[in-house]
Write a protein that binds this ligand. Structure first.
Ligand SMILES: [Mn+2]
Length: 434
């Protein structure tokens, strides 16, 4: 068995392969990339899968790519905290800023690349336009959009709280084989490395399942993966994960041990602390975008553009930050215009602890560019507003407006089980054909 590298040493190898001059490059280059929101799940899943694909036979080097420009890493202090547990600095990871521009003359030719997707199953954005045809596999927990070839390997699309849980399950055997400390002197190093990898895995799993306590989100995949990872951490022993997933987001259930609880608290506090960020940064920190051209299989047209921001603080916080409702709407208008959005959506969450013991969600949807778009968004609200989302008026309608081909509503969302993962397909569906 080849010696197991630290994550940091692995990333140095990947960087060398990515930045080598084209004449020295061994092609094709294999990439692992997460979705455009570049959240903790996407980033850690890409790192973890690339590491294990590179360590298991046939030992093909896989380069993990963070789906964001380097400067945006600063908006994700929660990632830095998880990376620190894995003895890696944000400077060590690879981002879009390090990806050579595509091109025929010595740059990176699309045909010289292969892509594994984690945490999404359709390559979107600029990356998708250039490399979308070079996808060879995916591991994901979003709705299957049918774009990854049926015979791709891996092709894992399953419901799970965290995509990382599916990734860990896929790698569990290889991980156990690697972690076996049968190499005498190297065993302590190996133990440390696997403990670091365990934290990399547990970061997103705990965040995405509210420390395995959210009954809406936690699945058997998450419980199994957490157990696999925990077993690699010596200091955390005999933590029971069985019988979890029975709590609700409204209560804090002690399923994980005190060490992991501390880790979870640290990471989730960093993820929710957006107080020092500008409103624009808050809106782009966890942002996803779609165009109806993709949904309508229209390769010519540009279609309508839908942008959805997830924010870990309620609208009251955002309005306060902007300095009132009018100022907030002005900022939202500026943001939407800069992105060229026909429909802007903002989804907020508020943790139970900060909200009188009750986890809550709110949703703002703004159709901005004409009566047809407005009609489509109203359709979305009519179809899903009652049973699926439990929408109610937010703040006496103070953020609502309509007229001049624009329609904006801000709601409280009683059905908290539905997040962007469910709401994006509902909105995209309503916009289809417009
Ligand atoms: Mn995810």
């Amino acid at each position: 068995m080849a010696p197991q590298k630290t994550l940091q040493a692995f990333l140095a190898t990947a960087r060398a392969a990515l930045t080598a001059p084209p004449s020295k490059r061994s092609t094709p280059l294999h990439f692992v990339v997460g979705n455009e929101s570049a959240d903790l799940d996407s980033l850690c899943s890409a790192l973890f899968l690339a590491y294990f694909r590179s360590h298991e036979p046939p030992h093909t080097l896989h380069i993990p790519l963070c789906h964001l420009p380097r400067e945006d890493l600063a908006l994700r202090p929660e990632l830095a905290a998880v990376l620190r547990r894995a003895a890696v600095a944000p400077d060590d990871v690879l981002t879009l800023s390090e990806l050579p521009p595509p091109g025929p003359d010595g740059l990176l030719r699309p045909e010289d690349t292969r892509w594994l997707l984690v945490d999404h199953n359709v390559m979107t954005g600029a990356l998708g336009r250039t490399y979308g045809g070079r996808v060879v596999g995916c591991i994901d927990h979003h709705e299957d959009e049918g774009k990854v070839p049926r015979d791709a390997a891996p092709r894992v699309i399953e419901k799970a709280g965290s995509c990382m849980s599916l990734v860990v399950e896929q790698c569990a055997e290889a991980w156990d084989a690697l972690a076996k400390t049968d190499d005498g002197g190297g065993s302590e190093d190996r133990r440390v490395i696997n403990e670091q990898l365990a934290y990399l895995a547990l970061g997103p799993i705990l965040i995405d399942t509210n420390a395995l306590g959210s009954k809406d989100k936690t699945t058997a995949h998450d419980e199994r993966a957490a157990a696999v990872a925990e077993a690699k951490i010596r200091s955390v022993s005999s933590v029971s994960v069985s019988g979890s997933g029975t709590g609700t987001d409204n209560e804090t259930k002690e399923i994980i041990g005190p060490d992991l609880k501390r880790f979870f608290d640290e990471v989730s506090a960093l993820k929710e602390d957006i107080s020092g960020m500008s409103l624009r940064d808050i809106l782009r920190k966890d942002y996803k975008e779609w165009t109806t051209a993709e949904d309508n299989d229209d390769n010519e047209g540009t279609g309508l553009r839908l942008g959805m921001s997830s924010v870990p603080q309620p609208f009251a916080f955002l309005v306060d930050k902007a300095g009132g409702e009018e100022a907030f709407v002005r900022e939202l208008e500026r943001w939407s215009a800069s992105k060229g959005l026909d429909v802007t959506a903002v989804l907020t969450t508020c943790k139970a602890a900060a909200n009188g013991g009750k986890f809550s969600r709110e949703l703002l949807v703004w159709a901005r560019t004409g009566p047809e778009v407005a009609a489509a968004v109203k359709r979305f609200a009519e179809r899903n507003g009652k049973e699926k989302l439990g929408l109610g008026m937010w703040g006496d309608g103070r953020l609502d407006a309509e007229g001049g081909g624009s329609w904006r509503r801000c709601w409280t969302q009683a059905e908290v089980r539905n997040s962007r993962k469910q709401i994006a397909p509902m909105l995209r569906d309503a916009l289809k054909g417009v």
